[in-house]
Write a protein that binds this ligand. Sequence first.
Ligand SMILES: [Zn+2]
Ligand SMILES: [Zn+2]
Length: 537
Amino acid sequence: MNMLALRSGDDIIVIDAGLMFPEQELLGVDVVIPDITYLKQNRHMVRAIVLTHGHEDHIGAIPYILGDLNVPVYGTQFTLALVRRRLEERGLLEAAKLHEVTPGQIIRIEPFQIEFLHVTHSTIDCVALAIRTPVGVIIHTGDFKIDPTPVDGKPFDLHAFARYGQEGVLALFSDSTNVERPGFTPSERAVVVRLEELFRAAPQKVLVSCFSSSIHRIQQVIDIAGIVGRKVGIVGRSMVTNVEIAHGLGKLRIPDGMIVRPQDIRSFDAKRLVVLASGTQAEPMSSLSRIAVDNHRLLSIGHNDTVILSARIIPGNEKAIFRMIDHLFRREVLVYYEGGRAAPIHVSGHASQEEMKILLQLVKPKYFVPVHGEYRQLFRHAAVAEQVGAVSEQIFLVESGQPIEFTADGRAFRREPVPAGRIMVDSGSLEEIEDVVIRDRRHLAEDGVVVPIIAIDKHTGRMETGPEIVTRGFLSDDGNEILARARDVILRTVEQSSTEEKTDWSVIKEKIRVDLKRYLNKQTSKRPLILPVILEV
Ligand SMILES: [Zn+2]
Ligand SMILES: [Zn+2]
């Protein structure tokens, strides 16, 4: 969930507004977005959000933020097309102020002047930002790798970076994702050889799964399909949408008659078919997950079909992905995924160490701030910069919320942290989920739920029957004795309460909850969620 604010005097521009998909321990949370308290506190100063590219970790929070802070958004054509789609889904498009920019263009958002520099990455229309501020030039790389042979023929604009390096750059903020990889990241084109080999060798239909934003990869699949005499079917909502958008903008070349209509995929000659599907991370409702268990409307897959997972296995998703791959093997599918010794079927979109060094050498910044990575990656990126020796003044290792102030006389200081962090959202309602909800869900998952039920006469405060206790996921059968004594605890709590307390249900519920919690925690060292229920009699 990338986001960086640049402030000069009373003017703020925001670079990127991404979301994050939650880790497993955030139960039932759909998405996580950045805490924008700082921006809200200074809302009259926020002039614009400037986007580097269209990946979710850079644009995903826009629909959640614009509702509250409707500032102009700047981005390239494809990036804005993706943003537009998301705003449309939420009915926010009408009010949004979107401004399209092209690589090489310079815009002014006083007192800043921003040049968009074309960079290569795993999706299209990606830019770095060179921002002229009153105290010097700041360069933010966005996500990048230096691909010398990009699929769309649009090269990384090394010249522009060099030009700014010559002029003098105050600070460089650079992508740290792949700092643990030595050497160079292979070009997107590196996957062609292996994909073509697999397409040719495939005895039946071929299914390629990749990220729906990987327009380069999609282009290559379409091109290779053409070469080997196969046609292409497209399944999965995000895949269909992104292909439509990219094709509509002329950023995806699809020969006439190349696409197989969805309703024709099932009956199409398997030996002449390639299917592009989303769902590389085995997301539960994704096309590939459903295909793997033969539960997809448009196609079935089986003996001697080929499935190619052309994507990284994102850490945390391994279990789900390998379970899906197992299903495919059970159906006697030929499955290919990352990790083999053969030529790659996937390459990363982020720079490895040598590319980071080239960028540092070109830009020669006074100050360097590694961004986009876990702390260890920022740390190692700092070490790489140290080794290159291209940073003349200082390297700043900072965490979210830590401001750096650059002064007019060319110095830089850490300042007091500002509010930063994560906000958890249920995507359906767009509502923020508070920490307490997450804590309840965690208790539910780990220690179950205990529901004490008592019947109280509303007028007399008398307990009509003995308390019942229903539990789920808390104790097995041999917990009967504990529950019997838990009932005594409730009885005692009620007996020791005044009539006034007993007839005020929020009070008596809380007393029961507290006493029961203390007792159960002592007996079992568990902390189940306790939900007292009072029946009125
Ligand atoms: Zn990216
Ligand atoms: Zn990113």
